[in-house]
Design a protein around this ligand. Structure first.
Ligand SMILES: [Zn+2]
Length: 326
């Protein structure tokens, strides 16, 4: 039995809790509202005097998309201001690059063991998301006559599960990542599939020891011929890497990993909503700085094809295996 005073007390507590919950909901909704990253506040981004070779002096390099899985989602989760309506798909892809000196992959997409790998992801992600299997990259390559020993190495844009799942389908393949990314793994900043894999991988680390390139202070020209240039895009992880592929035809691509999930993230520019940032980004401020760099690149080079690792609309514009962009 309650007396009148207790009843009033309970009522006040309930009202207070109700107000707190309502305020938190409003704040959560706010984090999905449109908001552009302040580009003007970034003063670091200056472009190096062009050290790019004329396209016709570049080697004959070719590349092809290999879509290897997808995750249905809402665009609203991909960037601030994205739509809640309509279907939206995150593509899980590998990119095959054929350079005269080596054929290699950028990321792997979902591999044959993706069902096992999914279980290593955080519970909150499994509660909020789902995945759809497609033909793994290794199988697609075999179907088109490309054997495993022809893949000389895999450059990973970063060490998250959805980019490395397919590595198990290429046993012993050399996996290239910056030293910073190996530190990120060793420090267990984002435990998951990589921790199970790392001791079995044939890792070869690199550093961005090659001087300025475009608006990056450091870079690594993979073959010293201007065709494939790696640049640091830190924030999502320590060693997140961007990969420029410059073709003989003059076509240029920049693969940006998970710096943003949707192309609008660079165009606006806009970051992921708070909930997504909390789940996946190591350093939000650094992510914003890296996004601004890519935004400025797109403004300077309207023909540069910037490819977020999961924007399937962008992937669909790129020639898929067995055909190649040249
Ligand atoms: Zn990813």
């Amino acid at each position: 039995m309650y007396n009148g005073g207790t009843k009033i007390m309970i009522k006040r507590i309930l009202i207070t809790v109700g107000i707190i919950v309502a305020v938190m909901l409003v704040l959560l909704v706010y984090t999905f509202m449109p908001a552009k990253i302040d580009v003007g506040s970034d003063r670091e981004s200056t472009f190096a005097p062009s050290n790019r070779l004329a396209a016709d002096r570049l080697p004959e390099t070719a590349l092809a998309m290999i879509e290897a899985g997808k995750m249905p989602a809402r665009q609203a989760f991909a960037y601030r201001g994205g739509s809640w309506r309509g279907p939206y798909e995150n593509g899980m892809a590998a990119i095959l690059v054929r350079h005269p000196q080596a054929t290699f992959l950028i990321d792997t997409g979902f591999g044959a063991n993706v069902d096992e790998h999914w279980k290593t992801t955080p519970g909150l992600m499994r509660a909020l998301a789902s995945y759809v299997k497609e033909t793994p990259a290794a199988v697609q390559l075999r179907q088109h006559g490309i054997t495993q020993d022809q893949i000389k190495f895999v450059i990973i844009t970063h060490s998250h599960w959805d980019h490395i799942s397919g590595l198990e389908d290429f046993p012993g393949v050399e996996v290239r990542m910056p030293t910073a990314e190996l530190n990120f793994i060793r420090e267990r900043k984002m435990p998951g599939l990589i921790d199970r894999m790392i001791d079995h991988l044939n890792v070869r680390t690199f550093d961005f020891s090659g001087g300025p390139y475009e608006n990056f202070e450091r870079s690594l020209d993979l073959f010293n011929d201007g065709s494939v240039v790696l640049v640091p895009l830190p924030g999502h992880t320590y060693g997140s890497t961007g990969v420029f592929v410059n073709l003989h035809s003059g076509k240029r691509f920049l693969f940006t990993g998970d710096l943003t999930w949707a192309i609008e993230g660079f165009q606006l520019p806009a970051e992921r909503p708070w909930l997504a940032r909390r789940m996946v980004d190591n350093d939000e401020a650094e992510v914003r700085r890296s996004i601004v760099k890519v935004h400025q690149l797109m403004q300077r080079y309207p023909d540069l094809r910037v490819v977020p690792a999961h924007d399937r609309r962008v992937h669909d514009q790129i020639t898929a295996l067995p055909n190649f962009e040249r």
